[in-house]
Write a protein that binds this ligand. Sequence first.
Ligand code: GLS
Length: 795
Amino acid sequence: MTLSKKRFMADYQAEALHLFADKLEHLSTLQQYQALAFLIKGYYSTNWAQTKATYDRQQQKQLYYFSIEFMPGRLLGSNLLNLGIKDTVEAGLSELGLDPETVYAAEVDPGLGNGGLGRLASAFLDAMASVGMAGNGNGIRYQYGLFQQRFVDGYQVELPDDWLRNPYAWETRKENRAVIVRFGGTVNLMSRPDGSLEAVYHDTDDVLAVPYDTAMVGYHNQVVNTMRLWSAEPVPGGAHSLEEKARVNAITQILYPDDSDTAGRELRLRQEYFFTSAGVQSIITHFRRYHHDLRLLPQFVAIHINDTHPAMAVLELMRVLLDDAGMDWDTAWQITVKTLSYTNHTLMAEALETWPQSMFSQLLPRLAQIAGEVDRRFRAAYTRRFGELLVDRCAPIADGQLRMAYLAVIGSHAVNGVAKLHSKLLQQSLLKDLYMIFPERFNNKTNGITPRRWVQIANPDLSALIDTTIGTNWRRDPRELVPLVAQLEDPQFLTQLQAAKRVNKQRLAALVHTELGLEMPLDAIYDVQIKRLHAYKRQLLHVFGILEAYLAIKNGESRPPRMHIFGAKAAPSYRYAKAVIRLINGVAELINHDPEMAGKLQVVFIPNYGVSLAEQIIPAADISEQISLAGTEASGTSNMKLMSNGALTLATLDGANIEIQEAAGADAMVTFGLTTSEVAQLQASHAYSAKALYAANPTLHRIVDMLTDGSIPGIASEGREIASELLEYNDTYLVLADFASYIAASKRLDALWQKPQQWAQAALKNIAASGQFSADFTVQRYGRDVWDVLPTTGI
Ligand code: GLS
C-alpha cells in the first residue's frame, strides 16, 4: 500500500486518541503498540474482506490447513513489511519520538505450539498469503500458550503464559460463525424414507465453538488470508452450572506442552475433535452457500491434516457426508479421500497417536461407529491381495486401539514426509505396509521457512548489504540470492558480511548481558543450538563437546574462543530433558565462574526460547548445531533459518541437513557421525556397547564421570540419571558412538575459524543457497502436487 509519513503520523495520533482518549505521548508502551496494531489492522481490513470476496466470487479452490499448533510470532513487524510500509512507519515513529523496536517488543508472541511443527504451520500461512494461494489456517485458540520458562537454581520452572490478558489486536471474534460440537451421548441410526440413514443423538454434551480470525497478510500483493482459531464456550441459553462451564472452557484452555508424546488423555482427544469438527462444519456451511451438491467438494476444498492430531477429519467428514447429506458410503468415502491429505512429522514410534477404542466410543460414539466401518472395509478390500498379516499390521483399529496415523493415510489421497530422507524412511519403515498398498499416495515435501521474518526482519544489516550488492529482487524471490556467490572472492564484500554479523552479535551480547549478566566477546564463535529439549536431538552431545573443550583448555590447549548458546524448553513431564537442562546450567556455572575460561569458553542458556527470542539469536550465530542421531529428526527448520543468516552447520546426516549440504556445497558445512544405515545396522546387530566406548576413550570416560563425581555444581541425581541412561541403558541415541567424530568435526570448525576469509566464504555459500528453503516454494509444491490450489501472485 502507499502511505506517506505525514498521513501515517496523523492516523496514528487519531487512533491513539480514539482508543485511549489520550495523547500518544501519555500512553504506555503497550498502549502505543496497541494503537499502532489496530491502525495497521484497519489498513489491511479492506483487502482482507476483498480477498474473501474474490475467492468466493471466482469460486477458487481453497485449502484449509488443520493444525493443533500455530506459532505466528509477533505480527506487527511482518505485517508492516508485507504491506510495504515498514520504513515509512518506522520513520514516522521516530519522528514522534518513539523507538520502533521498543514498540514492536510490546507485542505478545502467541506460543500456540511447541516448536517446529507449529512454527511450520504459521510459515505456511504466511507463505500462502505471500504467493497468493487461497489457504486458511484452522486451529485452537488456547487461552494459555506454551508455558513461560524460568530457571530457578538451574531448574526449569514453568509459568502460565497468559497471552490474552490484554486484548489481542490482530484477532476478530466471529460470533456469527459459531458452530456446535457434540460430545458423548448415544446415537441411533434411523432409516429415512429414501433409504438413507439418519443419526439421532441423545444426551450429548454440546459445546459452542466460536471462531477468532487473524489476518495473514501477503507480501506486497494485497492478498490477506485467514487463520481461524476456535474457542470453546458454553452453548448460550443452556442452564449451566459453574462446573459445567469450567469443563467446557477447559477444552481450549491449555496447549499440551509436548510435541512427541501421545499425551493420551481424554482432554487432548476432546481438543482434537473440537477444532476438527468445528473446522469441517464451517467449511461445509460455507461450501453450501455456493453449491448444492456435496459431491463437488473436492473441486473446491482441500483439507490438510498436519500431523495426526486432526486425523479424525477423515471420520468427521464421513459423518457429515453420510448423516447430514445422506450420501451412500462409497460416494462419501471417495469424496473424503479426494479432499484430504496428510503430513507426517516424526519417525518416533512413541509419537504415533493411538486412542483406546473404549475412550473414543464413549466420547465420540458416531465417529467410533464410522471408524469401525472404515476398518472393516479396509480389511475386506486388501486382505486377499496383501495378506491378513500385513493388513492387520496397518489397519486403523487393532488391539482395541485406534491408530490415527494409519487412519490418516487410509483416508487421504496424499501422504508426505518433511525432508527427502524422512519421506524415504516413512516408506521403508514406519509406514511401509501402507506404502505397499498405496504407493502412489506417498510423496516428499521438504519443509521451508519464511526468509521475510528470519532475514528481512531479523537481520536488517545483512538484508541491506544484500540489497546494495545484488539489488532487492531476492526479497520477493529468495532464489535470487544465488548470484551472491559472485562475491566469494571479493574481500571487501566478505568484510562487510563479517561486519553485519558483528552487529547482530553485539545485539545478542547486549541481550545476554541484560538477561544473564554475562559477557560474550564479539570475536568469539557463537555456537548455537536452539530447539526443543529432546534426547534424540542430543543437546547432551553438545554438552560433552563443551566439556571436552573445557578439559583441553584446562590442560593448556589453545582453542578459538567459543560461546555456546542454548535455547530449549523441556516438556514439564519429561524427566530426562529436565535433567539435561539442569546439567547445561550446571556446566554453565562451572565454566562461567572459572577465571581460566573467561573470554575463551562460556555457556549461555537463554531462558524462554520462542519465536521472538529466535529472531535475536539466529542472526548472531556462527555455528548451527544440528546433531540429532541420524534417522530421528524428521526435517528440522532451525537449520534452514540459521543457514540463511550465514551460520555454518555442524551436522549429522539427518533430516533436511542433507539437502542443506547439497544446496550449499560440501565445504559450506561440517558433517559427522553415523549415517542412518549405520545406525540401523548397529541397532539390529546388538553390537553396540556404550560401556566399551566409555572404557576405551579416556576423554569420554572422564566426561561421563564428571556427571556423577561432583565436578559439576548443583547436579546430583540428574547426573546419575543421565549417566545411567548412557551406561546402563546403553545410550539409546548413540551419544557416545558419535562423540569422537563430533569432536573431530568441531575441531575442523575451529581450524576454519582461524581463516576468517574462508569462514566468511562458507557463510556466504550458505546464504546464497538458502533461498530454495523458502516456504513460498514448499507451499507451491503442495499446491501443485497435493491440494490442486495454485498461486495467483506467486513466484
Ligand atoms: C517436528 C519434527 O520433529 C521436526 O524435525 C520438523 O522440522 C517439524 C516440522 O515438520 O516437525 N515433528 C514434531 O512432532 N515436532 C516437530 O518439530
